[in-house]
Structure formats: structure tokens, C-alpha cells
Design a protein around this ligand. Structure first.
Ligand SMILES: N[C@@H](CCC(=O)N[C@@H](CS)C(=O)NCC(=O)O)C(=O)O
Length: 202
């Protein structure tokens, strides 16, 4: 399998961490693929017309897009426990994953807005991104107990990648301030071998 990936992408890191947790790293060829919202990568577009990573190309040429879909595929391949196939817990876990993915989405939009020349940045958007980020991180702070109690899964992976991305791109955010439970949860997450092996870098 070929994974279009980058060491800076939090979505691609979700797949990387899952591959480590599931013992699949040796079956994947990691292809470092440059993407940017304003610069379509035409080589990647042959596989994924949206020019997004992660994109997984299977041995038979089938292309899978979207980190959540790719993690479900890898998990199913080895009968792993990262995404429960059924049961009430499945919806809680998938919804938590979606919330963490949404946090990455907001941080990405925020970063794109901040990278524009100052006169083109929207103060309204910047303040909306800050408010949504704070509210989402607060929500995770309140549910940190439940997070810690559950089996390690795709929801934890997505949240860990979102918070690591906040550290990587928003050193001024101070998301740990007044969020001791989430900070403790994240510290434990960061020490997992799969997280240590996939830390983002430039
Ligand atoms: N929902 C997608 C989001 C993937 C995504 O937006 N990836 C970013 C990299 S972090 C990207 O490819 N950006 C390039 C672009 O938007 O053109 C997923 O979960 O895989």
C-alpha cells in the first residue's frame, strides 16, 4: 500500500499512529507528498482529485481518501480494536473523532487566515476560530475522565493529533491553561510508542 503523507499533517498522523498501533507500518510505503490549499498537487490529483492527504492507494489500485475512512480500513484489515464495529460505544467514539477532526479543521482554517497579509485577514473570522477552538478544547477538558476510561481508539488518536497540531502551529495558544485533566490525558497519549514515533516536524 502507498500512503500519501507528510510529517506536518495531523490527519496523516492519525493514519500513521493507527498503522503503528495495528502493526501495519511495514506493509505501507510512505510517500512524502506536498499539499497546500492554494496549490493543487497534480501528481496527487491522479489518485485524489481533492489534492488532500492522507490518501491511501491499495495494492489493487483502489484509492481510499479521508483519514477516518483509511483508519477504518486498516483496522478492519487486521481485526483491530481502534474502531468498534457495532454497539452503542461506536457512535460515541465516532462522534468524538468527528469533534477532534473538526478541531483540526478550525485550526487549519485559522492558520490559513493568519498566513494572509494583515489587511486581507478577517477580524471576525479570526475571533470565530479562537472562540470555536476554546469551546471545543473546553468540551474535551470536561470529558477527559471518560476519555481516560475508554479503550485506546480512533477518538483518542484524533484528539492527540489535534492537540499536537495546536502545539506545532499555535505556540501562542496556551491550550493547557486551566485544563489540567486534558493536559494529563495528553501527556500520557504523547508517551505512547506510536505517538513518539510520529511526532510532527518541518
Ligand atoms: N477530512 C480529511 C481532511 C484532509 C486534509 O484537509 N488534509 C490537509 C493536510 S493536513 C490537506 O490535504 N490540505 C490540502 C488542501 O486542502 O488542498 C481527512 O480527514 O483526511
Amino acid at each position: 500500500m502507498i500512503l500519501h503523507w507528510s510529517p506536518r499533517s495531523p490527519y496523516a498522523r492519525k493514519v500513521m499512529i493507527s498503522a503503528h498501533e495495528l502493526g501495519l507500518v511495514d506493509r505501507i510505503e510512505f510517500r512524502n507528498t506536498l499539499v497546500a490549499i492554494g496549490r493543487p498537487n497534480r501528481d496527487l490529483m491522479a489518485d485524489n482529485p481533492l489534492s488532500k492527504i492522507p490518501t491511501l492507494v491499495l495494492e489493487d489500485g483502489t484509492v481510499l481518501v479521508d483519514s477516518g475512512v483509511i483508519v477504518e480500513y486498516l483496522n478492519a484489515l487486521v481485526g483491530g480494536g481502534l474502531v468498534p464495529a457495532a454497539g452503542a460505544g461506536r457512535w460515541t467514539i465516532l462522534s468524538r473523532q468527528a469533534l477532534a477532526n473538526g478541531l483540526i479543521d478550525v485550526l487549519n482554517l485559522w492558520r490559513n487566515e493568519r498566513s494572509k497579509p494583515p489587511q486581507q485577514q478577517s477580524a471576525e473570522w479570526l475571533s470565530a476560530f479562537a472562540e470555536k477552538t476554546a469551546a471545543t478544547v473546553d468540551r474535551f477538558e470536561r470529558s477527559a475522565g471518560a476519555l481516560g476510561a475508554g479503550e485506546f481508539g480512533i477518538d483518542h488518536i484524533a484528539l492527540g493529533c489535534a492537540l499536537a497540531y495546536a502545539d506545532f502551529r499555535f505556540s501562542d495558544l496556551n491550550w493547557r491553561e486551566r485544563r489540567p485533566a486534558l493536559t494529563a490525558w495528553y501527556d500520557a497519549f504523547s508517551e505512547r510508542p506510536s505517538a513518539r514515533a510520529t511526532r510532527p516536524f518541518e
